[in-house]
Structures are given as structure tokens and as C-alpha cells.
Write a protein that binds this ligand. Structure first.
Ligand SMILES: C[S@@+](CC[C@H](N)C(=O)[O-])C[C@H]1O[C@@H](n2cnc3c(N)ncnc32)[C@H](O)[C@@H]1O
Length: 273
């Protein structure tokens, strides 16, 4: 898929997903985000860049950790995500957070070597060329600075993965090509190494995505995530048939307490030498 089209689908798709995102995904992403924060070890007074920040599920713990003497710059492709993070920043009274719209691949308005830490939680899978975003992280880090990236793991270990072919078969182009590529094998670690990061460490997080019923599972998958733009354009009968197919694909993970869908994440850290 053409990179420009992929960015458009992501930008306007996440605009549509923004208000539903946290309810749909907060519990499912928690283990991966906690692993990233543990590996990142943000410290008081540090300058941090959180790329593809979304609604701030990682940005705000980072802001707590660096405190008012530190700084967190939060960037995302979606205007609506940035609106949410700005509103929440004001509500929480954080002076150390600055959020604005930027593509992870080209954060031209940020000058070189100014951050101690760059994070990107569950964002790189959506970027047309993730190594460009890694190069940006390297450019923006001071020597000795750290980067930590989290991505979804391999397709076979993510029980919700059928959402992509189900939506793709009802639209003209793939909504999220190569989504599982970075989390398969050692791809994330080896691309970080190829970009120039040293001392790379890798963790795998194996978890479950909990949804209390069909409606919660459908909302997260179709409305609050990466296929939101395509779904928004479906007519009613297309929606109904896509719902049926998705529920059939996750039926094996239904328990007496709702769904427990397997999910795996890969989290890697590296140092700018
Ligand atoms: C699954 S959300 C993750 C948000 C947040 N980091 C978290 O952990 O909750 C993915 C985010 O990536 C953003 N995104 C997608 N493509 C991007 C790009 N090329 N540059 C920057 N952000 C992008 C989306 O707008 C969305 O907010």
C-alpha cells in the first residue's frame, strides 16, 4: 500500500476511534505498557518523547515519573488523540506535558539530541516505514539516551487477528498491512540494531484481552481501533456480517465471564551509543 494512503487511513481512523479507544483497549494493553515503563525507567527531571501517544495511557505515567522538573513531549498523527491528551493534561494540572500532532517518521520541528528517553507503545505497527521512526528516535536522543518500543506479537499468538482479513475482504485495500511483522521473530530487535541502537534487550509479554460480552469485544475491535475508518463506511448489512464473522473467529475464547482472548506483545529497549 502507498505510504501516503496508509497515513491517511491511520490519521482519520484514529480520529474516529479516539473517544472509544481507552474503554476498548485499556485493560488489554496494560501489561505491555507496564513492561515498557519498567524497561524505560523514567527518572525525575528527564526529558521524554512519547511517540504515537494516543490518549496518554503511557504519557501520563511518564509525566508522573519525571515530575514538574522534567518534560514529556507527546506526539501523535491524530488530531483527536492530541485534543484528548491536551484536555487531560489541563485537567491534571501537568505543566511538564506538551502535546502536538506529528508523524512518527518525521518530527521535523524537534531538534536533535534533546531527549533522555523516547518511547512508543503500540504505535510502530501502523507506521509505513517503522525504521524511519526508529531513526527519528535516534536523532532526537542525546548520546546515552534510551528508547523503548512495544508492538503486538506474532499473528498466531493474537486471538483477535482475524479482524484484519474480515475488514479487508469488505474494502478495496488493506487497512493495516504488515501489522504483525515487527512482533514476529526478532524483527523489532534486529531493526533497532540496524537503525543503530546498541545494548538491545527484548521482553515478550503474554496476556489476555478481557471483554465482558459481545458488544464490548465488537466495540473495541471495530470502533476503537485501527479499522475504525473502514468500519465507519460500512452499511448496516456489511456491519452485521462483519460482526458475525469476527464473533465466530473469537468464539473459542468465550468463557463464563466473557471473553479472554490471547494476546502477545514484544517490548524492546536500546541505547543511543
Ligand atoms: C494503539 S494506539 C497507542 C496509543 C498509546 N501509545 C497507548 O499505548 O495507548 C496507536 C496510536 O498510533 C498513532 N499513529 C498511527 N500512525 C502513526 C504515525 N505514522 N505517526 C504517529 N502516530 C501514529 C494513532 O493515531 C494512535 O493514537
Amino acid at each position: 500500500m502507498h505510504a501516503k494512503l496508509q497515513r491517511r487511513i491511520q490519521r482519520y481512523g484514529w480520529d474516529k476511534a479516539a473517544t472509544v479507544y481507552e474503554d476498548g483497549w485499556r485493560d488489554s494493553l496494560k501489561d505491555a505498557q507496564e513492561c515498557l515503563l519498567e524497561m524505560a525507567q523514567p527518572r525525575e527531571g528527564e526529558a521524554v518523547l512519547d511517540m504515537a501517544c494516543g490518549t496518554g495511557l503511557v504519557t501520563f505515567p511518564l509525566a508522573e515519573a519525571v515530575g514538574p522538573s522534567g518534560r514529556v513531549v507527546a506526539t501523535d498523527l491524530s488530531d483527536r488523540m492530541i485534543d484528548i491528551i491536551r484536555t487531560e493534561t489541563t485537567k491534571r494540572g501537568y505543566t511538564q506535558v506538551d502535546a502536538f500532532r506529528a508523524d512518527a517518521e518525521s518530527q521535523d520541528n524537534l531538534s536533535d539530541s534533546q531527549f533522555d528517553l523516547v518511547t512508543c507503545a503500540l504505535g510502530l505497527m501502523y507506521v509505513p516505514d517503522p525504521m524511519n521512526a526508529m531513526r527519528e528516535a535516534l536523532r532526537l536522543l542525546r548520546p546515552g539516551g534510551r528508547a523503548v518500543f512495544a508492538v503486538w506479537g506474532a499473528r498466531k499468538s493474537c486471538g483477535w487477528a482475524e479482524i484484519f482479513p474480515i475488514v479487508d475482504s469488505r474494502v478495496e485495500s488493506d487497512v493495516c498491512p504488515l501489522f504483525f511483522r515487527l512482533g514476529t521473530g526478532d524483527t523489532l530487535a534486529s531493526e533497532m540494531s540496524e537503525t543503530g541502537f546498541g545494548s538491545i534487550q527484548e521482553h515478550t509479554v503474554v496476556t489476555q484481552l478481557p471483554y465482558e460480552d459481545d458488544e464490548a469485544a465488537l466495540n473495541a475491535a471495530f470502533v476503537g481501533g485501527p479499522v475504525a475508518l473502514a468500519y465507519d463506511r460500512f452499511d448496516e448489512s456489511t456491519r452485521v456480517s462483519a460482526h458475525e464473522d469476527y464473533l465466530a473467529s473469537i468464539a473459542q475464547y468465550r468463557t463464563r465471564d466473557g471473553y479472554r482472548i490471547p494476546g502477545t506483545f514484544v517490548v524492546c529497549s536500546g541505547i543511543k551509543t
